[in-house]
Design a protein around this ligand. Structure first.
Ligand code: CFM
Length: 538
């Protein structure tokens, strides 16, 4: 029998001082729909209580690591103490595949200004200039990006004026990011800052026309464990042209040329919805939410893209690709279901996977009993319809909102208002996202920015068959005798996107939840000999 989620919530809150418990209560909700079908309100995108162990990262991580990091030919320089550069060096499994041996790939490098006390006291701009010149001499890149770490904001180095000077001097694109780690409550702020600067400095700077018929941008796909390779292959087989991906397996030129696409398909809503909206406003490119996680989601996403372009041949190719892939998918699903049906999962990851991966578990017959995001906002939980009611607090106001207007020459609405209405009437949402909670089971527990203590209590109370999180949680979970699947890095596995990825995932989870090894895990103090020793000693 499943525990009563209201009692679990009380149990978690009981450990906190009154004020913390009151605030925390708004971030821990039981997913019970109201009569009108609406999901409950959840508090999100607020500061973590001091002293709590959070899963979150910093704003610099969200900007440098997440959004810009996967782009192979932008040379990234961290302006700050060496630790920030070092700890963001190759820590995310975003893969890339240069087209030829001559093509640039800087992903394996770690460039930093290695700020010292002297720069903290007297300023670091001089050192930054020298670093950019040195990097240029060595690599001759197309573009250089400068990332600010906490001390940069504190001492007031102006990375943007340095970038402007160097752009002029070197004749390449140089741009900076005010993504100091403390700038927001989590890495989410870094995504927003990265989106803004990419849009300001890169998007729309390459006017090479694209003659292809069905051109899309894939937004919010980062090629973790090779996911993008699977999706790229699938799109190509369907005859869909990928103008750019933000930013898995991406290049500078693809970003610059991305305004040539006719549709933006958004995977991770949290990290990139700003670019999707700005593309629409400035260039007239509509966006739809897609999900290439899970076989059903993949099929639905491909069908929506075909529906958008409304072309018989494209539709036929999409249907052919789906049916070619589905046989193997269904076979594997059938095989794993006999062993996995009814088992339970918990997912606590970033800002979109806690939602997307529930679909994969459902395809295996498994139930998600609790889930939450590290840093997503209310719209990722409850759907974008809540956006007008989301309160903008001081922390969010800290992040620049670009004022984007339609481009006088280049704005070209890809679809007329009537066509958009027709698409919506046919069941396709334009510029919409329903969020995680409407898709979750009634009575499931939803926890925003889960604290480590809460995670440990959930493991004890629910004893889920698998817990999905990241490296910081992995070994604590496994010591509790429960398998942990990393959904950030996929451990060493993947790809998990598309049909082929779904099969990989089914097999991996089947293996993890059905191995006997976890029932043998026992902490030393739980063994009888140890207990006996303690008794003797006392
Ligand atoms: Fe988007 Fe991501 Fe995620 Fe994210 Fe991330 Fe990631 Fe993630 Mo780790 S962009 S929100 S900041 S889907 S790195 S590829 S796995 S926390 S759920």
């Amino acid at each position: 029998m499943q525990p009563n989620p209201h009692m679990v919530k009380d149990e978690l809150l009981k450990a906190y001082p009154k004020k913390t418990a009151r605030k925390r209560a708004e971030q821990i909700v039981v997913n019970e729909r109201r009569e009108d079908g609406a999901v409950p309100e959840i508090k999100a995108n607020v500061r973590t209580a001091p002293g709590a162990i959070t899963q979150r990262g910093c704003t610099y991580a969200g900007c440098k690591g997440v959004v810009i990091g996967p782009t192979r030919d932008i040379l990234s320089i961290t302006h700050g103490p060496i630790g920030c550069g070092f700890y963001s060096w190759l820590t995310r499994r975003n893969q890339t595949r240069p087209e030829g041996p001559e093509d640039a790939n800087y992903i394996t490098y770690c460039l930093s200004t290695d700020m010292q006390d002297e720069q903290i006291v007297f300023g670091g701009e001089k050192k930054l200039r020298a670093a950019i010149e040195e990097a240029y001499e060595i690599f001759h890149p197309k573009a250089i990006a400068i990332f600010s770490t906490c001390p940069v904001g504190l001492i007031g180095d102006d990375v943007h004026s340095v970038a402007r000077d160097m752009k002029e001097k070197l004749g390449i694109n140089v741009f900076g990011f005010s993504c100091e780690g403390y700038k927001g409550v989590s890495q989410s702020a870094g995504h927003h800052i990265a989106n803004n600067q990419l849009f300001k400095h890169v998007v729309g700077t390459n006017e090479t026309p694209r003659p292809e018929k069905f051109k899309i941008n894939l937004l919010g796909e980062y090629n973790i464990g090779g996911d993008a390779f699977v999706i790229e292959d699938l799109l190509e087989r369907c005859g869909i042209t990928l103008v750019s991906t933000f930013s898995g397996n991406s290049t500078y030129d693809a970003f610059a040329n991305s305004h040539m696409a006719d549709l933006s398909a958004v995977m991770c809503h949290r990290s990139i919805n700003y670019v999707a909206e700005m593309m629409e406003k400035k260039f007239g490119i509509p966006w739809i939410k897609v999900n290439f996680t899970g076989a059903e989601g993949t099929a639905k996403s491909l069908r929506h893209i075909a529906q958008y372009f409304n072309d018989a041949e494209l539709t036929e190719r999409v249907e052919r690709a789906i049916s070619e892939e589905m046989t193997a998918v269904l076979e594997t699903q059938f095989a794993v279901r006999s062993r996995c049906e009814g088992k339970t999962a918990m997912l606590f990851v970033g800002g979109s996977r806690a939602h997307h991966y529930q679909v994969l578990f459902a395809e295996m017959g498994m139930k998600t009993v609790a889930a939450g995001y590290e840093f997503a906002h209310r719209d990722d939980y409850e759907g974008r319809r809540v956006l007008p009611t989301v309160k903008v607090d001081a922390d969010s106001r800290n992040i620049e909102e670009l004022h984007v207007v339609s481009d006088e020459k280049r704005y070209r609405p890809r679809k007329g208002p009537d066509e958009l209405v027709q698409l919506e009437a046919a069941g396709m949402e334009i510029a919409g996202y329903q969020g995680m909670m409407p898709e979750m089971e009634e009575g499931a527990l939803v926890i925003d920015d889960i604290y480590h203590f809460e995670m440990e209590r959930l493991l004890e109370i629910y004893k889920p068959d698998v817990f999905c999180a990241g490296i910081k949680e992995k070994y604590a979970v496994q010591k509790a005798g429960i398998p942990c699947k990393q959904l950030h890095s996929y451990d060493y596995g993947g790809p998990y996107a598309g049909f082929r990825g779904a099969i990989n995932f089914y097999r991996e989870i089947d293996r993890m939840v059905n191995t006997k090894i976890w029932s043998y895990v026992q902490a030393p103090w739980e063994t009888e000999e140890e207990l006996a020793e303690v008794e003797i000693a006392s």
